[in-house]
Design a protein around this ligand. Sequence first.
Ligand code: HEM
Length: 462
Amino acid sequence: MPPGPRGLPIFGSLLDIRHDTHLSIDRLVKRYGDICLLRFGSVPTVIISDADLLHEAFGKAELADRWVSEIMDTLSGQKDLVLAPYGEHWRQMQRFANRELLSARNVDNVRERHIETVVNDLVERMGEMGVAGELVSPPAMTALSNATLMFRSLFGQPENATDEFLQHRDRLLEYISWIFSSATATNLADYIPWLRFLPNNALKEAALQAKIGGAIIRALVDAARNRPNLDLSSPTCLVEVMLAREEAGEITDVMTCDLCMDLLIAGTDTSAQTVNWFLLLLANRPEIQARVHEEMDRVIGRDAVPTVEDRTRLPYVFACLAESMRYRTIGPLGLPHKASEDTEIGGYRIPSGTQVLGNIYSIHHDPRYWDSPHEFIPERFLPQEDEPMSAALTSQAYLPFGTGHRRCPGRRLAETTVWLHITRMMHRLRFETPDSEPLTEDEVFGLAIAPKPYSLRVTRRW
Ligand code: HEM
């Protein structure tokens, strides 16, 4: 078995990692090595902190199951793409999500129809607040805009949206924010089995919320199915792509509902926090932001708007984004995996049932892979003259979206959404900290790592 601390009776290392989980784990693995074993209560947990070993481990079918908490099990029943065990049911959804649902063609379609409008509205609103002398709060504003754009990408924006449709939308967004705040909190009963015999209000609440959330999704999918003039040969949103595949017998109606929920939960906060970090890091570094503005003016100018095709034309902006996703890794431990059978990694035995975490945070901050890893240096992501992409971007040690079988299928949608946000904002606006003093870059652990709530001064650039 891999080395690791003995920990306390009953609790193991749980108390050591209860605050700033990924940072506490980073400290522990520095002591015990690239593969180490921690005990979270009674749950043996192997942490992999070496890039090559992580690619090897998560490329193995034996390590592609999910470790699922009781609350998440209550919410999803482990039938959905995010939480299903590795097997035929998961593979069918994963193939469909990767090859069809979130393909370049469908992402482009929802970008044109929905995402661009929501992003432009957000930039406009921020500019207006700046003109009115109000501070803007990016975390609050991107939470709303990303929830809106994910909802619209999924269910569209019917021209004559009924009150019922709008009510369903608002209740669904409330449900998603409940999941963000409650379902990710540590539940000690996951790790200390005898606590399961005590009454658990969080689980009761989860069972109730699962029914409510499931019913709303079902009502929205059924409403889409019954839309007048529905033409599934030319879908206007992602749910219509799924309905077309249902008709072709490729997926079931239950999969459609499960995928809708997954995309809303996995796709909203992740993209929003990526934008929040980017803005905070650049507001704290006016000299870097000035260079971004200079590139925007030189390449895009004032008569055009930046688009998704401009990634290679704006190498410095792209480098700032890539570096901000390394420097502040929003999914520092990915999602928990589980060994479905006994297996071996790096010469160590990993018994069936072990929880396995990919330590993306430590790999993104490891001096073996990155010079001055705790500094924000966009230049490391600039391509050399004759290269189309920087070596850092294609390095084994850069893995914000994970690796292997369970790698993020939403990558293309996330990159499109985030890129549009940051380029449209930087094109039109300048962001400054309220007192011209750097704001804290401390991290708040959650479904996606967030900055502490902050506000900025915004000015329109023209
Ligand atoms: C910047 C934004 C995002 C980041 C950094 C990110 C990162 C990740 C990571 C690290 C994982 C876990 C990989 C593993 O288990 O080893 C993951 C899984 C997943 N992500 Fe993302 N993600 C982002 C946005 C999105 C979006 C926009 C969607 C969908 C619309 C999405 C859908 C999913 C799904 C469905 C899974 C589970 C895949 C499975 O279990 O097979 N993600 N993501």
